[in-house]
Design a binder for this molecule. Structure first.
Ligand code: SF4
Length: 201
């Protein structure tokens, strides 16, 4: 079965109708004008990732080094493939006693969708690498570089992600009736609002 990008969990959490519109019906969102500031942030992140990629270790080597030598090491831009999910984790920090999976997001809020996406990365990472240490999920502001949220990854999060994956597959396969949010603020900010036939006014 085709893997789902972990970023879809973010859309799903925002409004499942987005998933139906974009991936079931094939609607293309209106491109948002990119600000000079966001271009500069993206460019500096890409530059940092390029440098980091040259310097840093593979995931298996990083996990072994942190465990055996008791040091903290990190890997940036780590592509992961789980059973159902795939994606690219912004940074994984390997500590001697735990592993921190970090997603960079604009602003300083850990929105429910951002948290769900980060849990999705944890699921895919765990399925691919089978770490023996506990995993923590974290969200970091890409504007300030500060962590804005972190929480231990637990069984309840795995189950939440699995339920979301199941529902997303139903929505894109036409096996479920999609339900739009009733939250007008969400619809106002929605990138698919122009194409949505159930948006809340
Ligand atoms: S406009 Fe509202 S109901 Fe439609 S997809 Fe966007 S958030 Fe969902």
């Amino acid at each position: 079965m085709k893997r789902i990008p972990a970023s879809w969990l973010n859309s799903y959490s925002y409004c499942e109708y987005q998933i139906y519109l974009e991936h079931g019906r094939g609607t293309t969102p209106e491109p948002k004008p990119e600000t000079e500031e966001s271009k500069a942030v993206q460019a500096s992140l890409e530059e940092a990732y390029e440098v980091a990629a040259k310097l840093e270790l593979s995931v298996d080597d990083a996990m072994a080094k942190a465990g055996e030598e008791g040091v903290v090491v990190s890997a940036r831009g780590v592509a992961v493939e789980g059973v159902d999910l795939e994606g690219c984790i912004d940074e994984i920090v390997f500590m001697p006693d735990r592993i921190l999976v970090i997603d960079d997001k604009p602003g300083d809020m850990a929105w429910p969708g951002s948290r769900m996406q980060t849990w999705g990365y944890c699921v895919a990472f765990e399925e691919q690498y089978r770490p023996t240490l506990p995993i923590m999920a974290g969200i970091r502001s890409q504007d300030t570089g500060y962590e804005v949220w972190a929480q231990p990854f637990a069984q309840g999060h795995r189950e939440e992600v699995q339920r979301a994956i199941f529902r997303i597959r139903q929505l894109i396969d036409g096996e479920a009736i999609p339900v739009g949010t009733r939250n007008r603020r969400k619809c106002k900010a929605c990138r698919l609002a122009a194409a949505c036939d159930v948006r809340a006014e």
